[in-house]
Ligand binder design. Structure first.
Ligand SMILES: *[C@@H]1O[C@H](CO)[C@@H](O)[C@H](O)[C@H]1NC(C)=O
Ligand SMILES: *[C@@H]1O[C@H](CO)[C@@H](O)[C@H](O)[C@H]1NC(C)=O
Ligand SMILES: *[C@@H]1O[C@H](CO)[C@@H](O)[C@H](O)[C@H]1NC(C)=O
Length: 320
């Protein structure tokens, strides 16, 4: 969840080594989803992503961040967030028509790449054929693999409250203090809170993420999230990806009023956040990471179910 949208700000507020920590949330979300998807889903995405290890989702979870500032990947830079034009803490709320720019936003991106994942060739067709793709009703496997990488990343980002917020570019422009260092608020929510929670991550985000995911998956299966998680995917459907993504965005944005700016954006500037503020924010970060992993698993299950039932006619059961 790294995402300092403004490279100029990043120059002065970025800590050495921070890039690796920023990956922590995304990789953890991917491992939780890996733990929770059904067998058909893991087989399907391992094949599509050409990686049959347990890292097939974790290994692609930060790809979208790695390309967003490249010449090729620039088209995707606005897909990581939606600028909710709210007024925290008095009013929160996100509105697709009002807040999603013409260039796109995280909600339209989730819709776009989910839809792309469903454009599978008919049974028996060459999955890599470029010519079949020209009609627009199917996409070659490499394009669907790319779509999968975007979906894995954006379902993570949409659960970070400051990716669903307009104030000071999602908090990038607000300077705060963290253990006596100067950071921007966006970075604190992307990385610093999670890192402190885990007691430091150093430069090994995959190991720390795996440990965190072990704990959160356990909490989902039989711990403190077992009961609430049954409601986390209520009402979502591949027939309306915008509605699903908006319900996730709406929840994240509500946290902007309650936990990110409980006293408004002006009051937080210059404050030390590693004390009381951290104590209130850390459980929210954990919950959001757990929800993101759980929802990503459910979303990928829906996709794998849909594409295998459309291919299923001529395929032996379990072949996928
Ligand atoms: C699978 O992904 C992991 C994590 O990115 C990587 O280390 C590993 O080499 C990949 N394996 C294959 C066979 O590509
Ligand atoms: C959909 O995805 C394609 C391929 O990455 C991209 O070129 C296009 O801009 C996206 N469209 C929207 C509306 O996000
Ligand atoms: C967003 O949340 C508000 C209340 O918190 C609710 O009234 C509204 O219907 C929600 N919108 C969506 C799209 O979920």
């Amino acid at each position: 969840m790294r995402l300092d949208r403004n490279l100029a700000v990043l120059g002065t507020l970025w800590l050495p080594g921070a890039a690796a920590w920023g990956s922590l949330g995304h990789i953890t979300v991917a491992y939780i989803a890996t733990d929770l998807v059904n067998d058909r889903t893991s087989a399907y995405f391992q094949d599509l992503l050409r990686n049959s290890t347990e890292h097939y989702l974790a290994g692609v979870a930060t790809w979208a961040d790695s390309i967003r500032y490249t010449k090729w990947g620039r088209f995707s830079k606005d897909f990581h967030f939606i600028d909710a034009k709210d007024d925290p803490p008095a009013y929160c709320g996100v509105d697709f028509a009002r807040d999603c720019k013409a260039e796109g936003c995280i909600v339209s991106a989730i819709q776009n790449y989910t839809t792309q994942l469903l454009l599978v060739p008919p049974p028996g067709a060459d999955a890599n054929a470029e010519t079949a793709a020209e009609a627009g009703s199917v996409l070659p496997a490499w394009r669907r693999a790319q779509a999968a990488k975007f979906v894995v990343h954006f379902v993570g980002d949409i659960h970070q409250p400051l990716h669903v917020e307009n104030v000071a570019q999602g908090g990038n422009g607000i300077h705060v203090r963290w253990e006596s260092t100067e950071l921007n608020l966006h970075h604190v929510w992307d990385s610093s809170i999670a890192e402190k929670l885990l007691g430091g991550v150093g430069r090994r985000p995959y190991e720390a993420a795996r440990r965190w995911a072990d704990d959160l998956t356990e909490q989902i299966r039989e711990g403190r999230y077992a009961a609430p998680s049954r409601l986390w995917t209520n009402g979502i459907s591949l027939d309306d990806p915008v509605a699903a993504a908006m319900s996730w965005a709406n929840e994240s944005n509500a946290l902007v009023c309650t936990h990110v700016f409980p006293e408004g954006p002006t009051a937080i500037a210059g404050q030390e956040l590693s004390g009381d503020y951290y104590e209130k924010a850390a459980p929210v970060i954990e919950l959001q990471v757990a929800k993101a992993g759980y929802r990503l698993a459910a979303w990928l299950d829906l996709i794998a179910d849909r594409v295998s039932s459309s291919a299923g006619a001529t395929q032996a059961p379990g072949e996928l």
